[in-house]
Structure formats: structure tokens, C-alpha cells
Write a protein that binds this ligand. Structure first.
Ligand SMILES: Nc1ncnc2c1ncn2[C@@H]1O[C@H](COP(=O)(O)OS(=O)(=O)O)[C@@H](OP(=O)(O)O)[C@H]1O
Length: 338
């Protein structure tokens, strides 16, 4: 009888143990499931009001705050990672080659970028930082969030606003010979408005005196030294990288090497990612992000420019020379615009 009682209580204990193990497994599996579906992100953030660059040592999936714009959208809950403020922004310049640079960077597995230009720091600042963060793609730990809006470089308020988001933001400026850039800018406007007056009638305030009209944005944008002064009030030079728009065409892998170093990324994007497309006249990607087929940039990039009288271009070149020299001095780089 005593023996039977001992055997029965041992059996009972075994059953309890099995139940215990099952319950623990169930708990673990539930936790795993929630983490994989991104629900762990919904835990209240420890420091979500701080931008990413300013959050000390937290795993990135712990830093995301609840996403009001997403509501209960299951497709979003199912995605991995979290939305972060950009740690690096291509701030300019318009027609410098900013799209090419962003598309080349997107090949890198550790770069995630918004495709469209957000224009947050110039046009939509009143929408607030959370609106901006929600535009960003989700990133995993170790990945960099990026965006490009070339008009930031010439927006007076932009440096202070970017600084207010994070003083650690890395800034990339793609610069191109200001004369060619002005013609490229004009070509773009002309494509939207074929009735536009000629380049020469817009570039001069007084053509007989040869006075350049600096109020015309196509001219003003190219005075790089002036705009850079504005950024240097907030950011040290070490936080900025100047990419040569010319070299981005002639040696894309070389420029990409510098950009990846600046961003603290492994040099993944190299020569083997590019081929020169003779028809386009530009380097193109063998395998752009999300595609296995070679692709060049669209028709609006690498357009033929209208013929501008050489004396007009010479006058414009004279106008830019002192500003270019100042810019070389400020950046410590000679871009070779003659
Ligand atoms: N790989 C490649 N393919 C095509 N185009 C290239 C490339 N690399 C640089 N570029 C030059 O980029 C110029 C357009 O500059 P952005 O992309 O900064 O223009 S924009 O401000 O976003 O409208 C564009 O100017 P245009 O030639 O005047 O069209 C190009 O010269």
C-alpha cells in the first residue's frame, strides 16, 4: 500500500514537471512570435523623444516609440526593425548628381533610404519630427537611415533645424561646376516650361554691363561658399563630406569609396557594381536595390543641355571664380572648375 502511494506521488510529480516545461516552452514561443512580428517595438520607448544619434547605447529595436500613423496596420506590424531619424542626409546640391549618389548607396545592404525627397527641413518642418521619422524605412541594428533633399543646402533655416534633430547628423554635399550646374538647372525648368526665356536673358541683370543676376536661383545655388558658411555655423567641417559630381560620373567607385568611409560603412559598393552605358553616357548600376537587372537613372538625369553662347558661359565662369576659390579653401579640396 505504502509502495503504491510512493509510486503514485512520483508519477504525479513527473506529470507536473512535464506541464511546467510545456508552459515555459509556450511562454518562450509566444515571446518569440511577438518579437518576430515586430510587436516588441510597441513597448513604450525609453528615450524615443531623443533622435537616434543622441540615444546612448540602446539596442535599436528598443528605441522606437509607438507609431501613431500606423494604427493597427498588420502589414506594418509584420515588418522588421524600427523607423529612425536619418543619421546621414544628402543636403545638396540641386543638379549635382544627388540621385545617382543615393541610388548607388542604396546598393549597400547597410543603407536604407527614402526614395522620394521628403523636403522636411525646408517645406514641411511644421509637420513635426514624428511625421518626418514616419517617412523613413525601417532599419535593423547596424543599418543607416538616409534621405536626400538637395534644396536643404540653400535653405537658410535648414542647418539649425537639422542640428535640432541631431548634431551628430552626417551631411553629404554633391557639388558640380556651378556653370554646368546652372545650365542643368535651366534645362530642367525649360523641360517643364518650353516658353522660358533664353538662359542669357535670365543670367544677366544688365547684359551690356555683364552684371550677373544673383537673384536667379540657377545662379544663386552655385555660390557654394556662401551656403556653406551657413552650415558651418552649426556643424564642424568634419561632419560634412563633399562629393565631386564630376568624379561621380568618371570614377563612381572611387567617390563611393570615400562616401562609404565617411559613413563608417564597409566598402561594399565597388567597381564591380558599375558599368558605363554608352547610350546613356553615364555609369549605371549592374544590380540596383531590389532588382537583378542593370539599370540607369531615368530620362530626367543626363539630359542634353541647350547650346549657350560661349561668351555668356565665360562671363559666368568669371563671376564664380572667387567664390569657387573660397569654397576650395573652406573645404580643403580643389574641385578643378576652371
Ligand atoms: N550615373 C548617372 N546617371 C545620370 N545622371 C548622373 C549620373 N551621375 C551624375 N549624374 C548627373 O546628375 C545630374 C542630376 O543631378 P541630381 O540628381 O542632383 O538632380 S536633382 O537635383 O535631384 O534634380 C544630371 O544632370 P544633367 O546631366 O544636367 O541631367 C547628371 O549629369
Amino acid at each position: 500500500m505504502g509502495c503504491w502511494a510512493a509510486g503514485s506521488s512520483l508519477g504525479h510529480l513527473k506529470a507536473q514537471c512535464r506541464l511546467c516545461v510545456c508552459f515555459t516552452m509556450l511562454l518562450l514561443l509566444t515571446y518569440l512570435f511577438y518579437c518576430l512580428t515586430g510587436c516588441c517595438d510597441l513597448a513604450p520607448s525609453l528615450s524615443s523623444s531623443l533622435p537616434p544619434g543622441d540615444r546612448p547605447g540602446l539596442p535599436r529595436n528598443l528605441t522606437a516609440s509607438p507609431d501613431p500613423a500606423e494604427g493597427t496596420d498588420l502589414s506594418v506590424l509584420n515588418s522588421f526593425g524600427s523607423k529612425e531619424f536619418p543619421q546621414a542626409i544628402i543636403i545638396g546640391v540641386k543638379k549635382g548628381g544627388t540621385r545617382a549618389l543615393l541610388e548607388f548607396l542604396r546598393v549597400h545592404p547597410d543603407v536604407r533610404a527614402v526614395g522620394a525627397e521628403p523636403h522636411f527641413f525646408d517645406r514641411f518642418y511644421e509637420k513635426g519630427l514624428e511625421w518626418y521619422r514616419n517617412l523613413m524605412p525601417r532599419t535593423l541594428e547596424g543599418q543607416i537611415t538616409m534621405e536626400k533633399t538637395p534644396s536643404y543646402f540653400v535653405t537658410r533655416e535648414a542647418p539649425g533645424r537639422v542640428f535640432a534633430m541631431s548634431r551628430h547628423t552626417k551631411l553629404i554635399v554633391v557639388v558640380r561646376d556651378p556653370v554646368t550646374r546652372a545650365v542643368s538647372d535651366y534645362t530642367q525648368t525649360l523641360s517643364k516650361n518650353p516658353g522660358l526665356p533664353s538662359f542669357q536673358s535670365l543670367v544677366f541683370k544688365n547684359s551690356t554691363m555683364g552684371l550677373i543676376d544673383t537673384s536667379w536661383s540657377a545662379v544663386r545655388i552655385g555660390i557654394y561658399a556662401k551656403h556653406l558658411e551657413n552650415w558651418l555655423r552649426y556643424f564642424p567641417l568634419s561632419r560634412l563630406l563633399f562629393v565631386s559630381g564630376e568624379r561621380l560620373v568618371t570614377d563612381p567607385a572611387g567617390e563611393m569609396g570615400r562616401v562609404q568611409d565617411f559613413l563608417g560603412l564597409k566598402r561594399v559598393v565597388t567597381n564591380k557594381h558599375f558599368y558605363f552605358n554608352q547610350t546613356k553616357g553615364f555609369p549605371c548600376l549592374k544590380k540596383p536595390e531590389g532588382s537583378s537587372r542593370p539599370r540607369c537613372l531615368g530620362k530626367s538625369k543626363g539630359r542634353a543641355h541647350p547650346q549657350i553662347p560661349s561668351e555668356v558661359l565665360l562671363r559666368l565662369r568669371d563671376f564664380y571664380r572667387p567664390f569657387n576659390l573660397k569654397f576650395y579653401q573652406m573645404t580643403g579640396q580643389d574641385f578643378g572648375w576652371e
